[in-house]
Design a protein around this ligand. Sequence first.
Ligand SMILES: *[C@@H]1O[C@H](CO)[C@@H](O)[C@H](O)[C@H]1NC(C)=O
Ligand SMILES: *[C@@H]1O[C@H](CO)[C@@H](O)[C@H](O)[C@H]1NC(C)=O
Ligand SMILES: *[C@@H]1O[C@H](CO)[C@@H](O)[C@H](O)[C@H]1NC(C)=O
Ligand SMILES: *[C@@H]1O[C@H](CO)[C@@H](O)[C@H](O)[C@H]1NC(C)=O
Length: 329
Amino acid sequence: MEKTPLFLLFFSLHILLAPSTAIAAAASCSIGVNYGFWADNLPPPAQVAAFLKTHTTIDRIKIFDANPDVLRAFANTGISVTVTVANADVPSLAKLPAAQAWIANNILPFHPQTTIRYILVGNEVLYWKDKTVIAYTLPAMKTLHHALHLANLTDIRVSTPHALSFLLDFHNRTKTPFMVNPYPFFGFRPETLDYAVFRPNRGLYDKATRKNYTNMFDEQMDAIYIAMKKLGNYEGVEIVIAETGWPSAGDPNQPGVSLENALSYNGNVVKHVNSGKGTPLMPNRTFETYIFALFNENLKASVSERNYGLFKPDFSPVYDVGVMRSTPV
Ligand SMILES: *[C@@H]1O[C@H](CO)[C@@H](O)[C@H](O)[C@H]1NC(C)=O
Ligand SMILES: *[C@@H]1O[C@H](CO)[C@@H](O)[C@H](O)[C@H]1NC(C)=O
Ligand SMILES: *[C@@H]1O[C@H](CO)[C@@H](O)[C@H](O)[C@H]1NC(C)=O
Ligand SMILES: *[C@@H]1O[C@H](CO)[C@@H](O)[C@H](O)[C@H]1NC(C)=O
Protein backbone atom coordinates (compact mmCIF):
# COMPACT_ATOMS: atom_id res chain seq x y z
CA MET A 1 0.00 0.00 0.00
CA GLU A 2 2.87 2.42 0.12
CA LYS A 3 2.75 2.87 -3.63
CA THR A 4 -0.23 0.85 -4.64
CA PRO A 5 -2.96 -1.20 -3.08
CA LEU A 6 -1.98 -4.73 -2.67
CA PHE A 7 -2.15 -8.18 -1.53
CA LEU A 8 -5.51 -9.21 -2.43
CA LEU A 9 -5.89 -11.88 0.00
CA PHE A 10 -6.45 -15.30 -1.27
CA PHE A 11 -9.78 -16.93 -1.53
CA SER A 12 -13.20 -16.70 -0.22
CA LEU A 13 -14.15 -18.95 2.50
CA HIS A 14 -17.34 -17.06 3.44
CA ILE A 15 -19.11 -16.19 6.61
CA LEU A 16 -21.59 -15.54 9.79
CA LEU A 17 -22.80 -13.16 12.55
CA ALA A 18 -22.23 -10.06 14.61
CA PRO A 19 -19.73 -8.45 16.85
CA SER A 20 -20.80 -5.21 18.52
CA THR A 21 -20.35 -2.03 16.57
CA ALA A 22 -19.58 0.22 19.49
CA ILE A 23 -15.95 1.24 19.51
CA ALA A 24 -14.86 1.29 23.11
CA ALA A 25 -12.49 4.11 23.92
CA ALA A 26 -10.47 1.65 25.94
CA ALA A 27 -6.97 2.98 26.41
CA SER A 28 -5.44 -0.46 26.74
CA CYS A 29 -5.19 -1.42 23.09
CA SER A 30 -1.73 -2.10 21.83
CA ILE A 31 -1.61 -1.32 18.14
CA GLY A 32 0.88 -0.27 15.49
CA VAL A 33 0.57 2.08 12.55
CA ASN A 34 2.30 2.45 9.21
CA TYR A 35 3.84 5.91 9.12
CA GLY A 36 3.99 6.86 5.44
CA PHE A 37 5.42 10.00 3.89
CA TRP A 38 3.72 10.44 0.54
CA ALA A 39 2.59 13.93 1.52
CA ASP A 40 4.08 17.41 1.63
CA ASN A 41 2.22 18.70 4.64
CA LEU A 42 3.00 16.29 7.45
CA PRO A 43 4.30 17.51 10.81
CA PRO A 44 7.95 16.88 11.71
CA PRO A 45 8.74 13.42 13.15
CA ALA A 46 9.59 14.83 16.59
CA GLN A 47 6.11 16.32 16.90
CA VAL A 48 4.61 13.08 15.65
CA ALA A 49 6.52 11.08 18.25
CA ALA A 50 5.46 13.42 21.05
CA PHE A 51 1.86 13.35 19.87
CA LEU A 52 1.66 9.55 19.62
CA LYS A 53 3.24 9.15 23.03
CA THR A 54 1.04 11.64 24.83
CA HIS A 55 -2.25 11.41 22.97
CA THR A 56 -2.54 7.80 21.83
CA THR A 57 -1.91 4.25 22.95
CA ILE A 58 -0.11 3.45 19.68
CA ASP A 59 3.05 1.69 20.82
CA ARG A 60 4.75 0.76 17.58
CA ILE A 61 5.22 2.27 14.15
CA LYS A 62 6.42 0.88 10.86
CA ILE A 63 8.14 2.97 8.20
CA PHE A 64 8.95 2.19 4.60
CA ASP A 65 12.62 3.15 4.89
CA ALA A 66 15.08 3.78 7.70
CA ASN A 67 14.67 7.56 7.86
CA PRO A 68 17.17 8.77 10.48
CA ASP A 69 14.93 11.70 11.48
CA VAL A 70 12.20 9.26 12.44
CA LEU A 71 14.60 6.95 14.26
CA ARG A 72 15.99 9.90 16.20
CA ALA A 73 12.54 11.30 16.97
CA PHE A 74 11.29 8.07 18.51
CA ALA A 75 14.22 7.65 20.89
CA ASN A 76 13.17 7.09 24.50
CA THR A 77 9.46 7.20 23.64
CA GLY A 78 8.60 3.60 24.41
CA ILE A 79 7.24 3.42 20.85
CA SER A 80 9.10 0.86 18.77
CA VAL A 81 10.05 1.42 15.16
CA THR A 82 10.09 -1.16 12.40
CA VAL A 83 12.33 -0.12 9.50
CA THR A 84 12.37 -1.27 5.90
CA VAL A 85 15.26 -1.86 3.50
CA ALA A 86 14.33 -0.32 0.14
CA ASN A 87 13.71 -2.97 -2.52
CA ALA A 88 16.53 -1.57 -4.65
CA ASP A 89 19.00 -2.04 -1.78
CA VAL A 90 18.05 -5.66 -1.15
CA PRO A 91 20.45 -7.39 -3.61
CA SER A 92 23.55 -5.65 -2.24
CA LEU A 93 22.72 -6.72 1.32
CA ALA A 94 23.19 -10.38 0.48
CA LYS A 95 26.93 -9.80 1.06
CA LEU A 96 27.92 -9.78 4.71
CA PRO A 97 30.15 -6.66 4.66
CA ALA A 98 27.34 -4.67 3.01
CA ALA A 99 24.79 -5.93 5.53
CA GLN A 100 27.13 -5.02 8.37
CA ALA A 101 27.64 -1.55 6.88
CA TRP A 102 23.88 -1.10 6.55
CA ILE A 103 23.42 -1.93 10.20
CA ALA A 104 26.32 0.32 11.19
CA ASN A 105 24.79 3.24 9.27
CA ASN A 106 21.09 2.75 9.89
CA ILE A 107 20.70 0.94 13.19
CA LEU A 108 23.69 1.37 15.46
CA PRO A 109 23.49 5.18 15.70
CA PHE A 110 19.95 4.91 17.07
CA HIS A 111 19.71 1.63 18.92
CA PRO A 112 18.92 1.03 21.76
CA GLN A 113 17.69 4.57 22.59
CA THR A 114 15.20 3.92 19.81
CA THR A 115 13.67 0.48 20.09
CA ILE A 116 13.99 -1.09 16.67
CA ARG A 117 11.64 -4.00 16.48
CA TYR A 118 12.05 -5.45 13.02
CA ILE A 119 14.17 -4.86 9.96
CA LEU A 120 12.03 -5.59 6.93
CA VAL A 121 13.97 -6.68 3.88
CA GLY A 122 12.07 -5.10 1.01
CA ASN A 123 8.35 -4.54 0.82
CA GLU A 124 5.98 -6.68 -1.23
CA VAL A 125 8.89 -7.82 -3.38
CA LEU A 126 6.90 -10.47 -5.23
CA TYR A 127 4.34 -7.93 -6.28
CA TRP A 128 6.97 -5.68 -7.87
CA LYS A 129 8.24 -8.65 -9.92
CA ASP A 130 11.87 -7.54 -10.06
CA LYS A 131 13.59 -10.88 -10.49
CA THR A 132 16.87 -9.75 -8.98
CA VAL A 133 15.24 -8.29 -5.89
CA ILE A 134 13.11 -11.41 -5.46
CA ALA A 135 16.10 -13.71 -5.87
CA TYR A 136 18.13 -11.81 -3.29
CA THR A 137 15.41 -11.29 -0.69
CA LEU A 138 15.96 -14.51 1.21
CA PRO A 139 19.80 -14.33 0.97
CA ALA A 140 19.68 -10.72 2.21
CA MET A 141 17.39 -11.73 5.09
CA LYS A 142 19.81 -14.47 6.11
CA THR A 143 22.79 -12.17 5.83
CA LEU A 144 21.15 -9.37 7.83
CA HIS A 145 20.10 -11.88 10.46
CA HIS A 146 23.72 -13.04 10.64
CA ALA A 147 25.03 -9.45 10.74
CA LEU A 148 22.65 -8.58 13.59
CA HIS A 149 23.90 -11.61 15.45
CA LEU A 150 27.51 -10.54 14.92
CA ALA A 151 26.64 -7.09 16.25
CA ASN A 152 24.92 -8.69 19.26
CA LEU A 153 21.63 -7.09 18.26
CA THR A 154 19.67 -10.20 19.07
CA ASP A 155 16.53 -8.27 20.00
CA ILE A 156 16.03 -7.05 16.42
CA ARG A 157 14.33 -9.53 14.12
CA VAL A 158 14.28 -9.81 10.35
CA SER A 159 11.23 -10.31 8.17
CA THR A 160 9.63 -9.10 4.93
CA PRO A 161 5.95 -8.25 4.55
CA HIS A 162 3.64 -10.70 2.82
CA ALA A 163 6.08 -12.78 0.88
CA LEU A 164 5.06 -16.34 0.20
CA SER A 165 5.88 -19.93 1.00
CA PHE A 166 9.59 -20.06 0.22
CA LEU A 167 10.10 -17.82 3.25
CA LEU A 168 8.30 -19.99 5.75
CA ASP A 169 11.24 -22.22 6.43
CA PHE A 170 13.35 -19.20 7.36
CA HIS A 171 10.62 -17.96 9.71
CA ASN A 172 10.14 -21.37 11.24
CA ARG A 173 13.83 -21.74 11.95
CA THR A 174 14.53 -18.23 13.20
CA LYS A 175 11.22 -17.91 15.12
CA THR A 176 10.32 -14.76 13.24
CA PRO A 177 6.83 -13.80 12.10
CA PHE A 178 5.35 -14.25 8.66
CA MET A 179 4.00 -10.79 7.80
CA VAL A 180 0.87 -10.40 5.73
CA ASN A 181 -1.24 -7.51 4.49
CA PRO A 182 -4.89 -8.55 4.66
CA TYR A 183 -7.28 -5.95 3.21
CA PRO A 184 -10.94 -6.97 3.31
CA PHE A 185 -11.42 -3.60 1.59
CA PHE A 186 -10.14 -5.18 -1.62
CA GLY A 187 -12.25 -8.29 -1.20
CA PHE A 188 -15.77 -7.16 -0.35
CA ARG A 189 -18.78 -6.98 -2.65
CA PRO A 190 -21.78 -4.75 -1.87
CA GLU A 191 -23.60 -7.71 -0.36
CA THR A 192 -20.65 -8.61 1.90
CA LEU A 193 -19.87 -5.07 3.12
CA ASP A 194 -21.23 -5.65 6.64
CA TYR A 195 -19.25 -8.87 6.83
CA ALA A 196 -16.10 -7.02 5.72
CA VAL A 197 -16.40 -4.16 8.24
CA PHE A 198 -17.37 -6.26 11.29
CA ARG A 199 -21.01 -5.15 11.33
CA PRO A 200 -23.83 -7.54 12.21
CA ASN A 201 -24.36 -9.90 9.28
CA ARG A 202 -25.61 -13.38 8.47
CA GLY A 203 -22.10 -14.77 8.52
CA LEU A 204 -20.85 -17.64 6.54
CA TYR A 205 -20.42 -21.34 7.03
CA ASP A 206 -17.32 -22.72 5.39
CA LYS A 207 -17.83 -26.30 4.28
CA ALA A 208 -14.16 -27.13 4.01
CA THR A 209 -13.26 -26.11 7.54
CA ARG A 210 -16.75 -26.61 9.01
CA LYS A 211 -16.39 -23.30 10.77
CA ASN A 212 -18.74 -20.34 11.00
CA TYR A 213 -17.19 -17.01 10.08
CA THR A 214 -18.51 -13.68 11.28
CA ASN A 215 -16.08 -11.40 9.48
CA MET A 216 -13.88 -11.36 6.40
CA PHE A 217 -10.74 -10.60 8.36
CA ASP A 218 -10.94 -13.99 10.11
CA GLU A 219 -11.62 -15.62 6.79
CA GLN A 220 -8.52 -14.08 5.20
CA MET A 221 -6.37 -14.96 8.21
CA ASP A 222 -7.57 -18.55 8.17
CA ALA A 223 -6.90 -18.76 4.44
CA ILE A 224 -3.29 -17.87 5.24
CA TYR A 225 -3.22 -20.38 8.06
CA ILE A 226 -4.49 -23.16 5.81
CA ALA A 227 -1.92 -22.27 3.15
CA MET A 228 0.86 -22.40 5.75
CA LYS A 229 -0.39 -25.71 7.03
CA LYS A 230 -0.63 -27.20 3.54
CA LEU A 231 2.95 -26.20 2.78
CA GLY A 232 4.19 -28.28 5.66
CA ASN A 233 4.42 -28.11 9.36
CA TYR A 234 4.42 -24.32 9.64
CA GLU A 235 1.37 -23.67 11.81
CA GLY A 236 3.64 -22.59 14.62
CA VAL A 237 5.03 -19.64 12.68
CA GLU A 238 3.72 -16.43 14.19
CA ILE A 239 1.63 -14.24 11.87
CA VAL A 240 1.99 -10.47 12.03
CA ILE A 241 -0.40 -8.16 10.18
CA ALA A 242 1.98 -5.71 8.55
CA GLU A 243 -0.79 -3.62 7.00
CA THR A 244 -4.53 -3.49 7.12
CA GLY A 245 -6.91 -0.59 6.77
CA TRP A 246 -9.95 1.00 5.20
CA PRO A 247 -10.19 4.42 3.55
CA SER A 248 -12.47 7.01 5.12
CA ALA A 249 -13.15 8.92 1.90
CA GLY A 250 -13.03 8.18 -1.81
CA ASP A 251 -14.39 9.17 -5.17
CA PRO A 252 -18.09 9.97 -5.38
CA ASN A 253 -20.07 6.75 -5.18
CA GLN A 254 -17.01 4.59 -4.63
CA PRO A 255 -18.47 1.44 -3.05
CA GLY A 256 -17.93 0.90 0.63
CA VAL A 257 -15.79 3.97 1.24
CA SER A 258 -16.99 6.11 4.11
CA LEU A 259 -15.94 7.41 7.47
CA GLU A 260 -18.45 5.13 9.11
CA ASN A 261 -17.05 2.04 7.36
CA ALA A 262 -13.44 3.01 8.10
CA LEU A 263 -14.32 3.47 11.76
CA SER A 264 -16.19 0.19 11.87
CA TYR A 265 -13.41 -1.80 10.18
CA ASN A 266 -10.40 -0.28 11.89
CA GLY A 267 -12.05 0.10 15.27
CA ASN A 268 -13.24 -3.48 15.31
CA VAL A 269 -10.01 -4.87 13.94
CA VAL A 270 -8.09 -3.20 16.78
CA LYS A 271 -10.41 -4.77 19.33
CA HIS A 272 -10.50 -8.10 17.56
CA VAL A 273 -6.74 -8.69 17.24
CA ASN A 274 -6.25 -7.73 20.88
CA SER A 275 -9.20 -9.68 22.24
CA GLY A 276 -7.47 -13.03 22.46
CA LYS A 277 -10.41 -14.57 20.66
CA GLY A 278 -8.32 -15.43 17.64
CA THR A 279 -9.94 -16.86 14.53
CA PRO A 280 -11.95 -20.05 14.05
CA LEU A 281 -8.80 -21.95 13.04
CA MET A 282 -6.44 -20.05 15.34
CA PRO A 283 -8.40 -19.82 18.58
CA ASN A 284 -7.04 -17.67 21.41
CA ARG A 285 -4.27 -16.09 19.35
CA THR A 286 -3.57 -12.39 19.28
CA PHE A 287 -1.97 -10.73 16.28
CA GLU A 288 0.51 -7.90 16.31
CA THR A 289 -1.09 -5.47 13.87
CA TYR A 290 -0.13 -2.30 12.03
CA ILE A 291 -3.02 -0.20 10.77
CA PHE A 292 -2.47 1.51 7.46
CA ALA A 293 -1.93 4.40 8.04
CA LEU A 294 -0.98 7.01 10.59
CA PHE A 295 -1.69 10.06 8.41
CA ASN A 296 -3.74 10.90 5.38
CA GLU A 297 -1.11 11.32 2.66
CA ASN A 298 -2.09 13.97 0.16
CA LEU A 299 0.35 13.04 -2.62
CA LYS A 300 -1.04 9.57 -3.20
CA ALA A 301 -2.64 8.73 -6.52
CA SER A 302 -6.35 8.38 -5.78
CA VAL A 303 -8.79 9.93 -3.36
CA SER A 304 -9.26 6.72 -1.40
CA GLU A 305 -5.49 6.12 -1.19
CA ARG A 306 -5.13 9.61 0.24
CA ASN A 307 -7.63 8.84 2.97
CA TYR A 308 -6.37 5.80 4.83
CA GLY A 309 -5.07 7.88 7.74
CA LEU A 310 -6.18 7.81 11.34
CA PHE A 311 -5.00 11.42 11.63
CA LYS A 312 -4.81 14.57 9.55
CA PRO A 313 -1.40 16.25 9.33
CA ASP A 314 -2.49 18.73 12.04
CA PHE A 315 -2.93 15.74 14.41
CA SER A 316 -6.69 15.98 14.50
CA PRO A 317 -8.10 12.46 14.39
CA VAL A 318 -10.03 11.59 11.26
CA TYR A 319 -11.80 9.23 13.64
CA ASP A 320 -10.80 7.40 16.79
CA VAL A 321 -10.37 3.65 16.58
CA GLY A 322 -9.86 3.48 20.32
CA VAL A 323 -6.26 4.69 20.49
CA MET A 324 -6.84 8.16 21.93
CA ARG A 325 -6.07 8.78 25.56
CA SER A 326 -8.83 10.60 27.42
CA THR A 327 -6.18 12.68 29.17
CA PRO A 328 -2.84 13.28 27.46
CA VAL A 329 0.11 12.18 29.58
C1 LIG B 1 29.21 -9.46 21.37
O1 LIG B 1 29.16 -10.09 22.64
C2 LIG B 1 30.27 -10.92 22.89
C3 LIG B 1 30.04 -11.67 24.20
O2 LIG B 1 29.41 -10.85 25.14
C4 LIG B 1 31.55 -10.08 22.90
O3 LIG B 1 32.66 -10.90 23.11
C5 LIG B 1 31.70 -9.38 21.56
O4 LIG B 1 32.80 -8.51 21.57
C6 LIG B 1 30.43 -8.58 21.24
N1 LIG B 1 30.55 -8.08 19.89
C7 LIG B 1 30.19 -6.83 19.55
C8 LIG B 1 30.34 -6.49 18.12
O5 LIG B 1 29.78 -6.01 20.36
C1 LIG C 1 -22.83 -22.23 12.53
O1 LIG C 1 -23.94 -21.40 12.64
C2 LIG C 1 -25.19 -22.08 12.40
C3 LIG C 1 -26.28 -21.04 12.37
O2 LIG C 1 -26.21 -20.21 13.49
C4 LIG C 1 -25.37 -23.13 13.48
O3 LIG C 1 -26.57 -23.84 13.26
C5 LIG C 1 -24.22 -24.10 13.46
O4 LIG C 1 -24.30 -25.02 14.50
C6 LIG C 1 -22.89 -23.36 13.56
N1 LIG C 1 -21.80 -24.31 13.30
C7 LIG C 1 -20.69 -24.34 14.00
C8 LIG C 1 -19.66 -25.33 13.57
O5 LIG C 1 -20.48 -23.60 14.97
C1 LIG D 1 8.98 -25.90 12.08
O1 LIG D 1 9.53 -25.85 13.37
C2 LIG D 1 8.96 -26.81 14.25
C3 LIG D 1 9.50 -26.56 15.64
O2 LIG D 1 10.82 -26.16 15.60
C4 LIG D 1 9.27 -28.20 13.74
O3 LIG D 1 8.69 -29.17 14.61
C5 LIG D 1 8.69 -28.35 12.36
O4 LIG D 1 9.01 -29.61 11.82
C6 LIG D 1 9.21 -27.26 11.45
N1 LIG D 1 8.52 -27.35 10.17
C7 LIG D 1 9.14 -27.62 9.03
C8 LIG D 1 8.27 -27.77 7.81
O5 LIG D 1 10.34 -27.73 8.94
C1 LIG E 1 -8.91 -21.20 24.23
O1 LIG E 1 -9.36 -20.63 25.42
C2 LIG E 1 -10.49 -21.27 25.95
C3 LIG E 1 -10.99 -20.46 27.14
O2 LIG E 1 -9.92 -20.09 27.97
C4 LIG E 1 -10.12 -22.71 26.33
O3 LIG E 1 -11.24 -23.38 26.82
C5 LIG E 1 -9.62 -23.40 25.06
O4 LIG E 1 -9.15 -24.71 25.39
C6 LIG E 1 -8.49 -22.64 24.41
N1 LIG E 1 -8.18 -23.25 23.11
C7 LIG E 1 -6.93 -23.43 22.69
C8 LIG E 1 -6.79 -24.08 21.36
O5 LIG E 1 -5.96 -23.07 23.32
